[in-house]
Design a protein around this ligand. Structure first.
Ligand code: XLS
Ligand code: NI
Ligand code: NI
Length: 439
């Protein structure tokens, strides 16, 4: 296999004291944290679209990074990308990857030829996976890039577009299944609207549910054993995306009886765009039994779009891993870096430095989360805060046996509430600091 990243050697764990930028300072794959190796706790994945495809194009200029991998013909390029992807995963010690169908093979003039191209690359990926032991965390279909999807895919006003999307998803699911994918993701793409003046929202959502149901049924019929995920996002590209946040998606799934079939793929930057913290979205998913996987990145609080930056904020990674550990850890999901280097960070080395920064930040987050749990002060505080529901009237409320009359009588006897315990937010934030900085 030709070396595409020939200036970079395999990245090793050298510890926090190392000043070698091309080394892990905190990610030590075999180190046991909270009962499992870091490798298995974190389950890092590479996103094909940002890492192998995105060249840094923005509204004001063309790409800055060269991702041609020495190829000129489009299928030779797809093959080179596959080989480069596995070289990169090997050098970064990343076990999983994720893709959209169009990331791995370019669309041809017609669906038949497009699918033949996918078959060819599937064979190449299959061989690379067998020889390296790398795994597919999840696959998905890009039903938003091509102009045919200008009004959406499953929620398009045009039935021909719906049919084309179904055909595309069928093929993407077949490839995901054949490659042993642990998950299949629906991210909304252009499933939303710009104005209600031209939109039949009820029909669009009914149709989206129909498409999802068909996908689940077909997936199970061909032996797909993984999880189906929905990735909530509130805006961009449409003004109002239907999968706004986890709570909205839950209502949608329950309305259409799809809640047993889908879990959430929570993205940090999507959470903050929805006006929530990353931790909030993870907690809502876990509390409702639909926590699945994570698109790891971070946004910029001063910018209103999905900047998809590599995560380096350790408070956020710590609270994320705290939620993951509380939820019992990943099963079929993992941490997919849905993140890209800034346009000015255009070199191959920058891609490695970015992954190292993201992986080290999550390794630190995992260690901090484990310490927060072992320290116990936070969990104990929360436990005690709700102690009144353990006995007396509180226990009756929780057991569902208290009546309005009984509660009224209780309140009359009480006169008024005399004690309320302080919420102590500032103290608890200081506890997190003391756990993190440990002095
Ligand atoms: C876009 C999404 C996308 C999905 C996969 O904002 O994050 O990258 O993860 O379609
Ligand atoms: Ni994403
Ligand atoms: Ni995103």
């Amino acid at each position: 296999m030709s070396e595409y990243y020939n200036k970079i050697s395999k990245i090793k764990y050298e510890g926090a004291g190392s000043d070698n930028p091309l080394s892990f300072k905190y990610y030590n794959p075999d180190e046991i944290v909270a009962g499992k190796s870091m490798r298995n706790q974190l389950k890092f994945a590479m996103s094909y679209w940002h890492t192998m495809c995105a060249e840094g194009t923005d509204m004001f200029g063309v790409g800055t990074a060269d991702k041609s991998f020495g190829a000129t013909d489009s299928m030779a390029h797809a093959e080179a990308k596959a080989n480069a992807a596995f070289e990169l995963m090997d050098k970064l010690d990343i076990d999983y990857y994720c893709f959209h169908d169009r990331d791995i093979a370019p669309e041809a003039d017609n669906l038949k030829e497009t699918n033949a191209r996918l078959d060819k690359i599937q064979g190449i990926l299959d061989n690379l996976m067998k020889s390296t032991g790398k795994k597919l965390l999840w696959g998905t279909a890009n039903c938003f890039g091509n102009p045919r999807y200008m009004h959406g895919a499953g929620t398009a006003p045009n039935a021909d577009v719906f049919a084309f999307a179904a055909a595309q998803i069928k093929k993407a699911l077949e490839i995901t299944t054949a490659l042993g994918g642990e998950g299949y993701v629906f991210w909304g793409g252009r499933e939303g609207y710009e104005t209600l003046l031209n939109t039949n929202m009820a029909l669009e959502q009914d149709n989206m549910a129909r498409l999802m149901k068909m996908t689940v049924d077909y997936g199970r019929s061909i032996g797909f054993k993984g999880n189906f995920y929905i990735e909530p996002k509130p805006k961009e590209p449409t003004k109002h995306q239907y999968d706004f946040d986890t709570a909205t998606v839950l209502a949608f799934l329950r309305k259409y009886g799809l809640d047993k079939d889908f879990k959430m793929n929570i993205e940090a930057n999507h959470a903050t765009l929805a006006g929530h913290t990353f931790q909030h979205e993870l907690r809502v998913a876990a509390d409702n039994g639909v926590f699945g996987s994570i698109d790891a990145n971070q946004g910029d609080m001063l910018l209103g779009w999905d900047t998809d930056q590599f995560p380096t904020n350790v408070y956020d990674t710590a609270m994320c891993m705290y939620e993951v550990l509380r939820a019992g850890g990943f099963t079929t999901g993992g941490l997919n870096f849905d993140a890209k280097t800034r346009r000015g960070s255009y070199t191959q080395e920058d891609v490695f430095l970015a992954y190292i920064a993201g992986m080290d930040s999550f390794a630190l987050g995992l260690k901090v989360a484990d310490k927060i749990i072992k320290d116990g002060r936070i969990d104990k505080f929360v436990e005690e805060r709700y102690a009144s529901y353990k006995t007396g009237i509180g226990a009756k409320i929780v057991a569902g046996t208290a009546t309005m009359e009984e509660l009224e009588q209780y309140a009359l006897n009480m006169g008024d509430v005399t004690t309320n315990i302080s919420g102590k937010q500032e103290y608890l934030e200081a506890v997190i600091n003391s756990v993190m900085f440990g002095v």
